[in-house]
Design a protein around this ligand. Structure first.
Ligand code: ATP
Length: 307
C-alpha cells in the first residue's frame, strides 16, 4: 500500500536520513522504533507529505504522494508530534476548524465531530476551551482531528509521549479498535512496550537508517540477542569461577553474578543450575531475562533504546 524508496534528508549539512526504504501493507500496524534523534519524525513527516525529502519517493498504491497530493491527503490522517490546537477555542470549535481543512462537508461535519468526541471520551467537555485541557486531553483531540475525514491510513508520531496514563490507555483502546476495523496505522515510538504490543511489523531505525525490520518474532529470531540466566551467588570467588569456566558454558561475570547466555532456555536451565551446584556455588537468586525488543535493539546498536 505504501512504498518508501531510498529517502534522504539533510538538515544544515546533517544527514538525518541516509536512504530509508521499506513498505507497508494495507491494514498493517507498522511501528517505526528508534531512540531520540534516530529519524522517526523526519521519516513519518515525509511519508505523510508534511516534509519534502532531498531525494527518494513515497508511493501510495503505486502513485507518488506529491504528484497525487489531493488523492493522498483524502486517504491519510496525520497526528504530528507537536499538538496543533487553538487554546482559546473550544474542542468543538477546534474540530470544526480541522474538519474544514480536511474538506469534510458541513452537513456531515457536526455528526462526525460528535462521533470522534465520544470515541475519545471528550463529548461532555466539548464546549470547554482547550486551554483548560490536560496534555493528554489535547493529544486526544489532536488524534480526533486527524480522524474527521475517515482516513484509511493514520500516521501517528509518538502519540503517547508525556501524557497521563488514563489518556494513554484511552488512545491505546481507540487505535486498537481502528486497527481491528482495518485501518492501516504507521506509528513511531521509542517505547518498546508499545511496539511489542501493537505492531504487526516493526522497522528499527537508528542514525537515519533502518537497521532491522520484521515481526517481533522475526526480529528476535534474526538477532544475536540470547536469553540470559543471571545467577547471583553468595560465594562467588576465583575457585568457583574456575570451576564454572571448566564446564564450557558461554557466560560473563558481573560482580557476584554470572550471566549465562543460551539459545534454548528450556533445556539449558536445569543444566546451568546443576552445574552451579556441582561447582559448589551457593545460589542466592536466579533471574531469567527473555529476548525482547530492548535486547534485540541492544544487540543491533550496542546501546539501550532509552539512551
Ligand atoms: P525524536 O524522538 O527526538 O523526535 P526522531 O527519531 O523523531 O527523534 P528526527 O526528529 O527525525 O528524529 O531527527 C533526526 C535528526 O535530525 C536529529 O539529529 C535531529 O536533531 C535532526 N533534525 C531534525 N529536524 C531538524 C531541523 N529542522 N533542523 C536541524 N536538524 C534537525
Amino acid at each position: 500500500m505504501i512504498t518508501i524508496k531510498d529517502l534522504r534528508k539533510t538538515y544544515d549539512g546533517f544527514e538525518a536520513l541516509k536512504g530509508v526504504s521499506f513498505s507497508i501493507r494495507e491494514g498493517e500496524f507498522y511501528g517505526l522504533l528508534g531512540p531520540n534523534g534516530a529519524g522517526k519524525t523526519t521519516t513519518i513527516s515525509i511519508m505523510s507529505s508534511i516534509l519534502k525529502p532531498d531525494s527518494g519517493e513515497v508511493l501510495l498504491n503505486g502513485k507518488n504522494i506529491y504528484t497525487h497530493s489531493d488523492e493522498s491527503k483524502r486517504i491519510m490522517g496525520v497526528v504530528p508530534q507537536e499538538i496543533a490546537l487553538y487554546n482559546e477555542l473550544t474542542a468543538y470549535e477546534n474540530l470544526t476548524f480541522w474538519g474544514g481543512l480536511y474538506a469534510v462537508t458541513p452537513s456531515e461535519l457536526k455528526a462526525r465531530i460528535d462521533e470522534v468526541l465520544k470515541l475519545f471520551g471528550l463529548y461532555e467537555r466539548r464546549n470547554d476551551k482547550v486551554t483548560a485541557y490536560s496534555g493528554g486531553m489535547k493529544r486526544r483531540i489532536n488524534i480526533a482531528a486527524a480522524l474527521l475525514h475517515r482516513p484509511r491510513i493514520l500516521f501517528m508520531d509518538e502519540p503517547t509521549v508525556g501524557i497521563d496514563p488514563q489518556s494513554r490507555n484511552l488512545i491505546f483502546e481507540v487505535i486498537e479498535k481502528l486497527h481491528n476495523e482495518g485501518m492501516t496505522i504507521v506509528y513511531t515510538t521509542h517505547y518498546m512496550e508499545e511496539a511489542e504490543r501493537f505492531c504487526d511489523r516493526i522497522g528499527i531505525i537508528d542514525n537515519g537508517q533502518i537497521i532491522a525490520e520484521g515481526t517481533l518474532d522475526e526480529l528476535k529470531k534474526n538477532s544475536h540477542a540470547r536469553e540470559t540466566v543471571v545467577v547471583n551467588f553468595n560465594n562467588l570467588n576465583d575457585a568457583l569461577l574456575q570451576k564454572i569456566h571448566s564446564f564450557g558454558s558461554d557466560f560473563k561475570q558481573v560482580d557476584n553474578m554470572i550471566y549465562y547466555y543460551t539459545n534454548n532456555l528450556q533445556t539449558e536451565l536445569s543444566k546451568i543450575i546443576s552445574q552451579c551446584n556441582d561447582a559448589g556455588g551457593e545460589i542466592h537468586n536466579i533471574e531469567i531475562r527473555k529476548v525482547n525488543l530492548e535486547t534485540v535493539f541492544l544487540d543491533l546498536t550496542g546501546k539501550q533504546l532509552r539512551d
